[in-house]
Structures are given as C-alpha cells and as structure tokens.
Design a protein around this ligand. Structure first.
Ligand code: HXC
Ligand code: NAP
Length: 279
C-alpha cells in the first residue's frame, strides 16, 4: 500500500506499544522504515514484543517501561527518548477501560481510567511538545480515541470522558502549536478485537456476535487496516492534515445515530406494504 521507506528513520514513540493495536501500529511502522520506542507498565511484555520485532528488524526497537500516570516517570521517559535525537512522532495509544454500571464506580475506579487516558496522554504530549518547541523541531502527535468521544456511551463513562478530553486536546493544540510545525490528529476505531479490550469489554459470545450485527460493513476491523491509517497520518505525505479525527469503524457509529437505522428489520413484504399505503 505504501512505498517501503515511507517512515524511513522516523523515531516514533508508541505508548502501550507492547500489546494489541499499539503493537500492530509498531509492526507496521517498522516495516515502513521507522525506529520504534515502545512504553507500557509491564517490562516483560515490552521485552517479548521487542524480541518479536527484532527477529524481523534487528536493533530498531527501544523499550521504555513507564507508568503514564506518573508525570515524573513520563518526563524521565521523554528525556531518555530524546537523548539520542529528537522524536518525530508520539502515538498516544495506551488506555485503561472496563465495563461497569456507572453508579457502582468508586472514586478510585474513576481515577484508574482518567489517570491513564486523560492525564497520561496529557503528560506524554506535553513532555514531547515542549521539547519539539524548544528545539524548533517539527512534531506529530497521533491519539487513539473512540467514536464515543463525541457520542458518549453508557457503561464506559470514565473512558468516554477521558477520550473526549483527548480529542479536545488534539483540536486545541493543533491550533496552538500549528505555526511551530507540530501536527495533532486522532483515530477513532470501532471494534478491533484485542485481548486487552475484549477481556474487559465483551462479557460473552452472544454480545460478541451482536456487535457484528450493528456494523454496516458486517465485520470487525482488521489490525492492519488501522495500522495503515496510522502510518498515513504519521507520514509527511499527510502534512496538511491537523486537528482531525479519522473514524475507522465500518460505519458503526453512524448506524447507531441514524433515526431510521432500525428499519433494517423490515422484510421485502413490509417495504411493499409501506409503498402500497396511501395518505
Ligand atoms: C468496577 C472496577 C472494575 C470493574 C476495576 N475497578 N475494575 N470497578 N468494575 N470492572 C476498580 C477497582 O475496584 C478499584 O477501585 C479501581 O477500579 C482500580 O482498580 P485496580 O485494579 O487497582 O486498577 P489498576 O491496576 O490501576 O488497573 C487499571 C484498569 C485495568 C483500568 C482497572 O483494567 C487496566 O490496567 N487496564 C489497561 C488495559 C486496558 O484497559 N485495555 C483496554 C483498552 S480498550 P477500589 O475502590 O475498589 O479500590 C478501550 C476500547 C474502547 O479503551 C472501545 C472498544 C470497542
Ligand atoms: P490493550 O492491548 O489493552 O492496550 C492498552 C495498552 O496500554 C497496554 O499495552 C498497556 O500496557 C498500556 N497501558 C495501560 N495503562 C498504562 C499506564 N498507566 N502506563 C503505560 N502504559 C499503560 O488494548 P487495545 O485494544 O490495543 O487498545 C489500544 C487503544 O485503542 C486504546 O487507546 C483504546 O482505547 C483504543 N481503542 C481500541 C478499540 C478496540 O476495539 N480494541 C476500539 C476503540 C479504541 P501495560 O498494561 O503493560 O501498562
């Protein structure tokens, strides 16, 4: 889909890059020539991913264990990341989420999600942004949000609040830092099965199947589809796009929003009967 040097020697930091969609994006960035830095809390998971990546692209992945909820730790990570030269891009992908009735949430439960998604994303973006500004180096921030960042969603309320905040940050800083050559964009994925998300958000096989029925294109997303979109937004070739959120969800959220979407339950006979009605 792309020329093989699309991201040649770009230094890209992906938070939560050891698992799931972060890992898929990292793999694609490496294939397109990038140098990768991955962070997460679990060093063993990051090392396992690095070993997998090294088998194909030796020596091009750096592991930076970091808990994004800790602003000092994020500063230390950014210091280490920029020590060998400026980063070119930050992918805010790390997240925490779980399904719960909102009235059951304790303050710690609310904080658990907001601290990772909203605060961690802000810390990482500021740590990179201020270094880019000081060095007059261009920068690129890509944040992975969700479609309920703008629709809201029951049962994942702290996540919806946090993702909405990340989208507001994206649009705000795209304007504030645009003149300095820093772009910020977001991707809003629909369902892309990963262990992290499915263990926490899909309670049983019936709901997994029900999910597919609400997607106009009739299937969940493939990781490579999201990884290719990320690669495009990380590449210089998308250089005039900033402050944008690109949805990749097979039409899922629009179907939920459209007032007459439920009419897909009508049979051909029902449609004929509707047409035959007068008045
Ligand atoms: C109610 C819960 C809960 C649940 C945890 N808590 N799970 N409350 N229902 N299911 C409460 C705990 O009781 C505790 O409060 C507080 O939250 C903190 O819990 P810990 O386990 O101590 O938190 P921590 O170890 O910090 O873990 C954070 C986490 C966890 C968010 C809870 O799930 C995590 O580490 N997630 C990272 C990966 C992840 O979530 N990936 C999925 C992203 S998918 P008390 O008061 O009892 O102490 C995604 C996709 C969206 O965002 C769209 C999909 C289509
Ligand atoms: P995942 O595999 O669980 O990814 C979450 C990652 O975040 C993990 O690698 C985790 O590593 C890291 N992380 C969590 N807390 C952290 C912290 N405090 N500090 C540093 N790293 C932390 O889930 P995923 O499905 O790939 O999700 C990736 C992104 O896509 C998330 O932003 C999610 O909201 C978004 N998304 C996913 C879907 C989907 O269908 N999968 C849909 C919409 C949006 P550690 O646990 O080791 O820290």
């Amino acid at each position: 889909m792309f020329q093989s040097d699309l991201l040649q020697d770009k230094r890209i930091l992906i938070t939560g890059g050891g698992t799931g969609l972060g890992k898929a994006m990292g793999k694609r960035c490496l294939e397109l020539g990038a140098r990768l830095l991955i962070c997460g809390r679990r060093e063993a998971v990051l090392e396992e991913t690095r070993a997998e990546f090294d088998a194909e692209h030796p020596g091009r992945t750096t592991v930076l264990p970091c808990d994004l909820r800790d602003a000092e730790a994020v500063e230390a990570m950014a210091e280490a990341a920029f020590a060998e030269g400026p980063l070119d891009a930050l992918v805010n992908n790390a997240a925490g989420n779980f399904l719960a009735k909102t009235e059951s949430l304790s303050p710690r439960a609310v904080d658990a999600v907001l601290a990772i998604v909203l605060h961690g994303t802000a810390y990482a973006t500021l740590a990179c942004g201020k270094r880019w500004l000081a060095a007059r180096h261009p920068g690129n921030v890509l944040s992975i949000v969700t479609t309920y960042a703008w629709t809201g969603s029951p049962f994942v309320v702290p996540s919806a609040m946090a993702k909405a905040g990340v989208l507001a940050m994206t649009r705000s800083l795209a304007v504030e830092w645009g003149r300095q050559g820093i772009r910020l964009n977001a991707i809003a994925p629909g369902p892309f099965p990963t262990k992290g998300a499915w263990d926490r958000l899909v309670p049983n096989a019936e709901l997994d199947a029900a999910w597919k029925n609400k997607i106009p294109l009739g299937r969940v997303g493939e990781h490579i589809e999201l990884a290719n979109l990320a690669a495009y937004l990380l590449a210089e070739q998308s250089g005039y796009i900033t402050g944008e959120v690109v949805t990749i969800d097979g039409g899922e959220w629009l179907k939920g929003a459209g007032q007459f979407s439920l009419m897909e339950a009508l049979s051909d006979e029902d449609w004929e009967a509707m047409r035959a009605r007068k008045g």
